[in-house]
Write a protein that binds this ligand. Structure first.
Ligand SMILES: Cc1ncc(COP(=O)(O)O)c(C=O)c1O
Length: 339
């Protein structure tokens, strides 16, 4: 195994030793197979390639101080993959198969789980694709479910340092009543141009508006948006955003420290009124936001006046990280030890 510079890992693909695969054929899932190949062979008419029958998940496992590997809330990812499969008519992956595949992929690559305390983790990427050949627009009759893993550092290079984001309205990542609330590749394809332009214009990410009327905040790139106003945690409610498992966890922790939690449409004008804002997701947990620039109007909203994240975002960030890394009591049973 190559020497790994655990402290400077990017958030990117990293080759490990094994991945696991399972095929759905003749109406049923087969046996889990272990592979050391990074390649998959599929039919050129596979529906994943033509009609976007593709869904994925992203979750993390952490090495605790005790040396044990903890996997965070995998059942929620299993359920979300089932919702994604249902949304684009793919064969759903049974929760037990999801569990077996994810745990097997971690155990086979256990040496790639980064050491405790460096902010790095093992990222797990389950993937479900339509492999059956079709030319007409219809769901495939064959699927491949696979899981690969790799060590990653923090998603945003800046770590837990406030970033700038750009509010965009000339691109939407998902249509109203489209596929925004499930984790399918098409949403990410639709977000690429806006994200790329935002980065070129100097922003860490972009914030998309509600595609139906462009009055409300939707998704913060590949993360959910939240704002803190006094003692209230506010996060958007919308048909077109992905229900983030990190956000779900932060809402619980916010309630635990005495905040009122509101999940409701968040109007753009409301950005003026927040004390703290951030983006949340598996990759970064929380990315505090110091400035949001509305690309339509040039108007900018400033936060983090002292240059550091606000106190509530900081507290929530540390609480969640400590639970994930086994340093704080896991009262809700969010972690599963991978033996
Ligand atoms: C579009 C989008 N929103 C939100 C999230 C955050 O979700 P989670 O906290 O489950 O990682 C992700 C990442 O998975 C995402 O891709």
């Amino acid at each position: 195994m190559q020497d790994i510079d655990w402290k400077n890992l990017p958030f990117g693909y990293f080759k490990t030793d094994y991945n696991v695969r399972c095929y759905y054929r003749n109406g049923k899932w087969g046996k889990l197979e272990i592979s050391s190949s990074e390649l998959i062979t599929m039919h050129m008419a596979a529906t994943a390639l033509h009609y976007g029958q593709e869904a994925f998940e992203g979750l993390k496992a952490f090495r605790g101080k005790d040396g044990k590997i903890r996997l965070f809330r995998w059942e929620e990812n299993a359920k979300r993959l089932q919702r994604s499969a249902d949304g684009i008519m793919m064969a759903p992956v049974p929760v037990e198969l999801f569990k077996e595949a994810v745990f097997e992929a971690i155990k086979l690559n256990a040496k790639y789980v980064p050491p405790h305390g460096l902010g790095a983790a093992l990222y797990i990427r389950p993937l479900l694709i339509g492999t059956g050949a079709e030319v007409g627009v219809k769901p495939a009759d064959e699927y491949l479910f696979m899981v690969f893993v790799g060590p990653v550092g923090p998603y945003f290079k800046e770590g837990f340092k406030p970033v700038e984001m750009q509010l965009v309205s000339d691109y939407h990542r998902a249509a109203p009543y489209g596929t925004g609330s499930i984790k399918v590749g098409g949403n990410y394809a639709a977000s690429l141009k806006a994200l790329h332009r935002g980065k070129e214009e100097g922003f860490a990410s972009v914030i998309f508006l509600n595609p139906a009327n462009e009055n409300y905040i939707d998704e913060a790139g590949p993360a959910n948006f939240f704002g803190i106003k006094g003692k209230t945690y506010v996060t958007p409610d919308s048909h077109s955003i992905l229900p983030s498992i990190t956000n779900m966890s932060l809402r619980q922790l916010a309630a635990d420290i005495g905040l009122t939690v509101e999940k409701r449409p968040v109007a753009v004008e409301e950005l003026e009124t927040f004390d703290e804002v951030g983006a949340c997701g598996t990759a970064a947990v929380i990315s505090p936001i110091k400035r949001i620039v509305d690309r339509r109007t040039g108007k900018s909203y400033e936060y983090c006046k002292e240059g550091v994240a606000g106190p509530i975002s900081t507290e929530l960030y540390h609480m969640l990280r400590e639970i994930q890394e086994g340093e704080r009591e896991d009262v809700y049973g969010w972690n599963t030890i991978v033996e």
